[in-house]
Design a protein. Structure first.
Length: 589
């Protein structure tokens, strides 16, 4: 370093330290310890913001009101369960107890090592704040504790909620989607599940909703999905972004709708109804009519700049929210059926495919499709853990929209994920992998040769004879898999979510055993001294623990495992609708 430059750096460090101590003396820091000091430098808004008082830049000319009228009759989703045998009941209760124990252990770890932080680090015993430092795990896990009847733990968590200020946050950019599904969804669902008894839940939800509502304050009232909230609070200029992920745009509707229903203020519903209108307007003019691409240029309101389509990450819950919004609105808005049916018809044509499997299973995987410059579709035959939600969604859609032919599609999608779990040495599906699509689903007879050809197709630079067996061995590829593009398991819920939904729809008890196998495999590979951790490689029998436990472990994964082993009327799908973070909201009856 040049001496002058060195002195400059030293001065900067001293100045920074001075500012930092000033900031502590002035007591500007919030109750929650910031994880990254740099995110808490002076100049940031540290106090509560009265979001209701921030002047509206672009007022709506007329508010879209919640539909009124008597909810229409929506066909029943759940199977009519008969009387359970004693033996089945004993087995089920044993499994239920095991899930509850794992939840309690994870909760204790959070309470002891990461209280009021976003998440615990389950190997090192530290903590992490990646969702704004507003106790994400606590808020996300509240309704699970209510469902499990953990009254003491629930009471403690509820009391702590008073200390959390939802009108301000540690990060400069708010991820509107994550904040909505985790925090807003968690608060609203706990309010609903406890019968509206705890007004603090709705008050906090409204405070947060009023903050998020300002992200919609742009010329066409379309939201800024990664939002500079301080600029929002300080009345800076705002416009819709050039690139948004379709899932982040489309998965706000349930939470905002429920907030309007509970507060009687239509403005939140108005905000998301305008987004749905955009999806409707553009549904048939994208590169694959019926579907929307992963990325959308919201500023230009262009749905054609991107030509990639998938039910996997970045698009997933966009689709999931159409049938769910239909249910939450009591079937009174016909738009959501149209959006769903158009999408599912296209998905059955282009996204779902039958993979080659050693035992010729009649299953489906939901892949990714790109349209190239010559307007040809190219199917990328990937199996993403995130896309495993699709089986449950298609099952629910089959019931509520009376599409019985889709029930078998749902069953095959669920079985696709079960197959991916069963195929791995750890018994857990990887984050993403590649398989071999059978171009003619009727002609999908296994041969080792076809598998090897598929493996080599992924690697055009290798010469065949020498390499294929070595590649299979080095990559630990199970028969049928041609590549494992992301070997991690992040404690994700989507597979058990769909197994749970299919069980509630069909009453097929094989699914209980599938769920139990999954649960045991996950516990065997992810347990740490204090809790459970994401793992580096599901093809490893003793996978490395990567010291991460996102809030969805207790909010979603363990909740769905608990519910599948509960009595079928505990959070019935005919009375509740789950947001994409597994937070049940009450359906109109
Ligand atoms: C898209 O086109 C289909 C088939 O013509 C039609 O049934 C559907 O209503 C259209 N969807 C929208 C949102 O306009
Ligand atoms: C029961 O569920 C399993 C797992 O999804 C499936 O393979 C099987 O076909 C189902 N049985 C019936 C009768 O639907």
């Amino acid at each position: 370093m040049q001496p002058l430059f060195r002195r400059f750096v030293l001065l900067c460090v001293i100045a920074a330290l001075g500012l930092l101590s000033l900031y502590h003396i002035a007591g500007w820091d919030s109750k929650l310890q910031p994880s990254r000091p740099s995110s808490s430098l002076p100049g940031r808004i540290k106090h509560s913001v009265k979001w209701k008082d921030v002047p509206v830049r672009y007022p709506v000319t007329s508010t879209i009101a919640l539909p009124s009228g008597t909810p229409s009759a929506i066909p029943r989703i759940q199977h009519e369960f008969g009387i359970e045998t004693d033996g089945n009941k004993q087995k089920r209760l044993k499994r239920l107890g095991a899930v509850k124990q794992v939840f309690l252990r994870s909760w204790m770890a959070y309470r002891e090592h990461a209280w009021l932080q976003d998440e615990v680090s389950p190997v090192s015993g530290g903590f992490k704040n990646q969702f704004g430092g507003r106790a994400a795990t606590l808020v996300d896990a509240l309704d699970t504790m209510a469902i499990m009847g953990l009254d003491k733990e629930f009471g403690q968590a509820l009391a702590a909620l008073k200390q959390i200020d939802f009108t301000t946050t540690e990060t400069s950019t708010v991820n509107v989607f994550e904040t909505t599904i985790r925090y807003l969804g968690g608060l609203l669902s706990t309010y609903d599940l406890t019968g509206g008894k705890h007004s603090i839940l709705l008050n906090k939800a409204t405070e947060l909703g009023d903050m998020l509502y300002v992200a919609f304050d742009t010329p066409h009232r379309l939201p800024i999905t990664r939002w500079d909230w301080e600029n929002g609070a300080l009345s800076g200029s705002q416009e819709a972004p050039v690139s948004v992920l379709s899932a982040e745009l489309g998965s706000l509707s349930l939470e905002f709708t429920r907030l309007s229903q509970l507060t009687g203020d239509d403005k939140y519903y108005d905000a998301v109804a305008r987004v749905s209108n955009q999806f409707e307007k553009h549904q048939n003019s994208t590169s694959i009519p019926g579907l929307w691409p992963v990325r959308i240029n919201l500023l230009a309101e262009s749905f054609t700049v991107d030509r990639t389509f998938s039910f996997g990450g970045m698009s997933d819950s966009l689709y999931e929210y159409f049938p769910k919004q239909h249910m939450l609105l009591g079937g009174l808005v016909p738009q959501y059926r149209k959006l769903y049916v158009g999408a599912i018809e296209a998905a059955k044509r282009v996204l779902f495919f039958r993979p080659l499997t050693p035992d010729n299973r009649d299953i489906l995987v939901s892949g990714t499709v790109r349209k190239n410059a010559a307007d040809h579709f190219k199917l990328q035959p990937e199996a993403q853990h995130l896309a495993c939600f699709a089986g449950g969604m298609v099952g629910i859609g089959a019931k509520i929209f009376d599409r019985p032919e889709d029930l078998d599609v749902a069953r095959r999608l669920v079985d696709g994920c079960i197959w991916a779990y069963e195929s791995m040495p750890s018994g857990i599906m990887p984050e993403s992998s590649s398989v071999i699509p059978c171009h003619d689903p009727e002609d999908c007879e296994w041969s080792r040769q076809k598998w090897y050809d598929g493996v080599m197709d992924q690697r055009p630079l290798h010469s065949y004879r020498d390499d294929v067996e070595k590649i299979v061995e080095e990559n630990n590829l199970a028969p049928g898999f041609t590549d494992i593009t992301d070997r991690r398991f992040l404690l994700r819920p989507e597979a058990i979510e769909s197994v749970f939904i299919m069980y509630r729809i069909t009453g097929n008890t094989t699914l209980l055993d599938n769920a139990w196998e999954m649960f045991q495999a996950i516990i065997a590979s992810t347990s740490t001294d204090i809790s459970n951790s994401a793992i580096a490689d599901v093809t490893d029998l003793e996978p490395e623990l990567i010291d991460e436990c996102e809030s969805f472990w207790m909010a979603e994964t363990l909740k769905y495992f608990y519910l599948i082993f509960s009595e079928p009327d505990v959070v019935s799908l005919d009375e509740w609708v789950f947001n994409t973070e597994a937070h049940p909201l009450r359906r109109p009856q």
